[in-house]
Ligand binder design. Sequence first.
Ligand SMILES: [Zn+2]
Length: 164
Amino acid sequence: MTGRGHRWTGVGAAFMAAALARAFHLPELVAAAVAAGSTTLPDWVEMPFYRRDAKTGMRVRVGALIPHRTITHWPPLWLGVIYWGVHAGGFVGSMAIGAAIGAIVHILGDAPNPMGIPWLVPTKRLKLGKKGWWRSGEHEIMMTLSFATAGFVSWQLVSMWNMS
Ligand SMILES: [Zn+2]
């Protein structure tokens, strides 16, 4: 998924984080706001460095301190952060949940690409199917809408469940 696509999925991530925060009676607006801004987190925490292409003037990623799509794209790490956040509670716990949900939505956005993501072992990326489902940049609107729908539905479900 491209950077622009990842930013669009912030809407879905915000609703998912709000749903989770609400389920555990944590400040949901905090979780939602952090999640909305965290859907690019797994890429920039790798501390990438760029070079400006002389021909096009565009920034090209030439490397990073942390190898691309390894530990920062490892779902168990972020699930652990959610677990920690739920237990820590309060403002900080809510922020942790938001950041982790944003990161997981990012990882799910990357997962269908041929490069894949490290589902189980942080250094071993696995692709879906034989060569991935689609390339980065494809089906971004569909994914954005799916995340938004899933997020909104889960938020509604938790609201209903909390009232009963
Ligand atoms: Zn990524």
